[in-house]
Ligand binder design. Structure first.
Ligand SMILES: [Zn+2]
Ligand SMILES: [Zn+2]
Length: 406
């Protein structure tokens, strides 16, 4: 890939210099957020801290979006597009087991997905950008979103109009990524993260004596057949090179050695990489459950929460390549990796990408990518030095997106 040079008035080297200048403050900010984690839709103190910080920078602030979300609006001195930059602010119900001095003070709650870093990076970028309004074309919308972890904060922000007034042209977000070396950006065109849907199933048979199966209808045997048959969607129905995951994460039935239970219930999740496959798999699940249940004389209740799941996070190639060119101009070609495979995990930034062309980028935080710690681990410790690359890219995007990228 050829290296594009940006002719904007704030050069990449100056962006990096200004980022290095506030790095220590970014670390302090991140550690303060890390020490005070809050769960989805309960991020009251975090939101207050963000709002105060933005206000101190002279940025227009809107609070209470999607309950605990905060939006900052910064208008550049030149005409141009509206760029949305999003960080998620929620923590997870995990008891922290690290020994760091800034360990979580809230029992059973931990920033184990790096959202503390996302928030600190966006606030730090807001700091730099607020001092460089003369270099900004258009408007920057800083979005601090609550409840990314399974609670749908993203869709709520979008439904409450975060992408309008002023209308957003492009959206950008990061996720810290332990499988990449510190400070390396992971880019991918098209699907970046999978869709995520969940389902609840109850199979109803007829209760009976364990020694007289012919007098009952065994819900456990039914559940066993259904669980096995569901995997044939992945192995026999969908295109083998179009990845699908179906996982049953919970199964409950029975309460004894010798009683045939009336009910078996289970819960599962589905991940896909395109919306057609997502719809087809939803239908296949229904057909298989109903078919197998009917064959085994069971009744079935299916609660397929298709609408509350997350769509595929689909990166717009044109905007993504624009972001990659900026990253390359900032830190050279060695700082960029093009990822051959998407992640089958999911992200509610997908709701923004459904509405406006944008990109979701991974930011390496693994000092040792050969042996990375995992996201959601109780000892998750991302390398803070990656914030230099993170903040610089956010600032670079804000400065160098001078017109709508088409
Ligand atoms: Zn997470
Ligand atoms: Zn996350």
């Amino acid at each position: 890939m050829s290296i594009k040079k940006f002719s904007n008035s704030l050069k990449s080297a100056e962006i990096v210099e200004q980022t290095v200048g506030i790095y220590e403050e970014a670390v302090r900010l991140r550690r303060k957020i890390h020490e005070n984690p809050e769960l989805g839709f309960e991020e009251h103190k975090t939101a207050e801290m963000i709002a105060n910080h933005l206000q101190d920078l002279g940025i227009e602030v809107i609070t209470g979006v999607a309950k605990t979300g905060v939006i900052g609006i910064l208008r550049g001195e030149k005409e141009g597009p509206v760029l949305a930059l999003r960080a998620d602010i929620d923590a997870l119900p995990i008891q922290e087991k690290t020994d760091v001095s800034y360990k979580s003070k809230n029992p059973g709650i931990m920033h184990a997905c790096g959202h503390d870093m996302h928030t600190a990076m966006l606030l730090s970028a807001a700091n730099i950008l607020s001092q460089n309004k003369q270099h900004i074309s258009g408007t920057i919308k800083f979005i601090f979103q609550p409840a990314e972890e399974m609670k749908g904060g993203g869709i709520m922000m979008v439904d409450e109009g975060v992408l309008s007034n002023p209308t957003v042209d492009h959206a950008f977000a990061f996720h810290v990524w332990p499988e990449l070396p510190t400070g390396v950006y992971g880019f991918r065109n098209g699907p970046m993260m999978a869709s995520m849907d969940t389902f609840d199933i109850v199979l109803k048979g007829k209760q009976g004596h364990g020694a007289a199966p012919h007098q009952g209808v065994d819900a456990i045997v039914g559940a066993a057949h259904v669980v096995t048959a569901l995997q044939t969607i992945v192995s026999r129905e969908t295109d083998p090179v179009d990845s699908v995951v179906i996982t049953i994460g919970t199964i409950e039935a029975g309460d004894g050695y010798n009683i045939i239970p009336e009910k078996a219930s289970f819960k599962g999740t589905v991940r896909t990489l395109n919306e057609n496959t997502r719809k087809e798999v939803a239908e296949s699940i229904r057909r298989i459950i109903e078919g197998v249940a009917s064959a085994l004389k069971l009744e079935v209740e299916i609660n397929y929460n298709f609408t509350v799941g997350y769509p595929v996070a689909m990166n717009d190639p044109t905007f993504n390549e624009h972001a990659c060119a900026i990253a390359t101009d900032l830190f050279g070609e060695g700082s960029v990796q093009w990822l051959s495979r998407p992640s089958m995990a999911s992200e509610d930034f997908a709701f923004y990408l459904e509405k406006v062309p944008g990109t979701f980028v991974f930011l390496g935080v693994g000092e040792n990518p050969e042996n990375p710690m995992k996201l959601h681990s109780d000892v998750f410790l991302p390398d803070e030095k990656a914030m230099i690359q993170g903040i610089s890219l956010i600032v670079g995007l804000a400065i160098n997106t001078t017109e709508k990228i088409q």
